[in-house]
Design a protein around this ligand. Structure first.
Ligand code: NAI
Length: 566
């Protein structure tokens, strides 16, 4: 691997530059008070701007002051979104300079509130709305996209937004927030990103009864009609934007996997809830396991929740285990997945084929107590086995009780406990409780952000096991390597590259994942690993590592003002 990846200030080669108010109203080109005297003269801006010419740094300072005046996180989110719709370079520079403070505001957890309030805080159009009634003209809709060339689309149908369920058209807040991070961290150029919501209605009565709701006021389209609509959308994307990476986001379980399975071999596409979550959790778990000095194949893994995220995590871990030399059957025997009806076992008739993979033989659990409504639940599993890893992807806040965690910690020296559900209220435990209940021994990563925990005179930083560690890097990797597919092995390569960057490998009391301030550098390294794997599998053109590395650096955009002249 070539040396450290430096930040690069990119000169945007602008298309034809508009004049006067049209220029000031174009967020991708607007510099506001940073337009120079020459530019003001050339583009008819004198009189439209205050006379003082500022630097980007001075603008950032003023914007930050305004940001700090906001009273709550939703107001801060609204402020940042408005800034994005006014001056994208300034928005990204501000975010980059305050990345730790502002990532939770533009993305999780605050973006959940923004989705719930979408119709009330709506200001200006961003992204595309593709509504079911317009299903026969999707190609035409896509032709109206704001910019012709698109590197990454994030699309949702708003049905299963984070942990807060069906938000209908308000779900668009997620693709918008997520693509901001593709740019901020991955360096995907802002004009080459496209957020899309597939508006197939909503079953959320609050939205349907809200007079201000902006979506198609109709119950959700389901079954064959739904899948036919998705097919129409994908066909339109293939026709208009075949080289674009299409990322599926926050689809309901019943749709997420079938869609991924159907299209993953047809175009450049992935589902971040399934594959991205798995990769980041895998990256963090691999580094945690290394900290314990053990192998992954020897772990007993309990996953609380057996939805799309949980299955994705389990699949990634199982693949990585097999690479350590165990058979598929042996790997499966080390997983204990639990959903709202108890532990997955072979006698259950309600399991999907993906869940069935993790069904334990019924006779392995038959004699267990069954303290969960008469069924075998989390407490029973933890009581019976020597669990070394406990992952929460259940949306059940507080599910990792003191008794359960203490029981696990009684049997293992360094329990690995990851409460990954979002938002914070749905986290299966707080970081502080986990540290206290395990006498400071737990290796913890969470889904939502938690402050460092003070314990026995130590300040223990908590890694946030957030997909942001992976998806911007995948985007960067596929764009830079011009890959035409996203394979499971590319996701695994990303997880391994992330694990290699774990601060805990150098210092066992450091967090399992790198700080956000390191993420652009880490994303570039992950992108190289992803591109190399793509090439190895024949889904990207051949490139030597140095060349790929240069390509990644050249692709990674950094916010800065270019000089304009016509
Ligand atoms: P899902 O709705 O598909 O799955 C939830 C699972 O939890 C289901 O299997 C359900 O049966 C189970 N469950 C619900 N109540 C239960 C109970 N009382 N006891 C036992 N099991 C119960 O949701 P999905 O997409 O799998 O996401 C789950 C959580 O993971 C969400 O909170 C989401 O925000 C979070 N997530 C976190 C990510 C991260 O990077 N940290 C990424 C993706 C999802």
């Amino acid at each position: 691997m070539p040396g450290p990846i430096a930040e690069r200030v990119v000169d945007v080669v602008s298309p034809r530059i508009p004049r006067g108010m049209d220029l000031l109203d174009t967020p991708l080109l607007n510099k506001g008070t940073a337009f120079t005297e020459e530019e003001r003269t050339e583009f008819g801006l004198h009189g439209l701007l205050p006379p003082c010419v500022e630097t980007l740094e001075e603008q950032v300072a003023r914007a930050y002051e305004a940001y700090q005046r906001k009273d709550d996180d939703l107001e801060r989110h609204i402020y940042l979104r408005a800034l994005q719709d006014n001056n994208e370079v300034l928005f990204y520079r501000l975010l980059l300079d305050h990345i730790e403070e502002m990532t939770p505001i533009v993305y999780t957890p605050t973006v959940a509130l923004a989705c719930q309030q979408f119709s009330h805080i709506y200001r200006r159009p961003r992204g595309m709305f593709i509504s079911y009634p317009q299903r026969d003209s999707i190609v035409h809709l896509l032709r109206s996209r704001p910019n012709p060339d698109v590197d990454v689309i994030v699309v949702t149908d708003g049905e299963r937004i984070l942990g807060i369920g069906d938000q209908g058209v308000g779900g668009l807040g997620i693709p918008i927030g997520k693509l901001s991070l593709y740019t901020l961290i991955g360096g995907i150029r802002p004009e080459r990103t496209l957020p899309i919501v597939l508006d197939v209605g909503t079953n959320n009565p609050e939205r349907l009864n809200d007079p201000e709701y902006l979506g198609w006021r109709h119950e959700r389209i389901t079954g064959e009609d739904y899948f036919a609509f998705v097919e129409q959308f994908v066909e339109a994307v293939k026709q208009e934007l075949l080289q674009t990476c299409l990322q599926w986001e926050d689809f309901a379980n019943a749709h997420a996997r079938p869609i991924l399975e159907r299209y993953r071999d047809q175009l450049l596409t992935f589902n971040d809830d399934i594959q991205g979550t798995a990769a980041v959790a895998l990256g963090a778990i691999l580094s945690a396991v290394k900290v314990t000095g053990k192998n992954l194949k020897d772990q007993q893994i309990v996953i609380f929740g057996a939805g799309s995220a949980a299955i994705g995590v389990a699949d990634g871990l199982r693949e990585a285990m097999k690479e350590e030399g165990v058979s598929d059957q042996e790997a499966r025997s080390r997983f204990w997945l639990i959903n709202s009806k108890g532990v997955l076992h072979s006698d259950r008739k309600d399991l999907t084929p993906e869940q069935m993979v993790y069904a334990q033989p019924e006779n392995r659990v038959a004699r267990w107590l069954g303290t969960f409504n008469g069924r075998v639940g989390l407490a029973d599993v933890i009581g019976q086995i020597e669990a070394t890893i406990l992952v929460g992807l259940s949306t059940v806040g507080g599910a990792f009780s003191e008794a359960i965690v203490r029981e696990m910690a009684r049997k293992v020296e360094r329990p690995i406990v990851f409460p990954l559900s979002n938002p914070t209220t749905k986290s299966e435990a707080t970081a502080e409780d986990l540290i206290r209940w395990t006498d400071g021994r737990a290796l913890v990563a969470t889904g939502s952000p938690f402050a460092p925990v003070n314990y026995a005179g130590r300040k223990i930083p908590i890694a946030q096991c957030n997909n942001v560690y992976i998806f911007p890097a995948i985007g960067l990797g596929v764009v830079a390597s011009r890959a035409n597919r996203v394979t499971d092995q590319m996701m695994l390569a990303a997880a391994r590259a992330l694990a290699q960057n774990s601060p805990a490998l150098k210092n066992s009391s450091a967090p399992l994942l790198p700080p956000l301030t390191e993420l652009r550098r880490v994303a570039a390294e992950i992108a190289v690993a992803v591109g190399l794997q793509a090439e190895k599998e024949g889904v990207a053109a051949e490139l030597v590592e140095d060349e790929l590395h240069r390509q990644v650096i050249a692709t990674q955009w950094t916010p800065g003002y270019p000089a304009y002249s016509n």
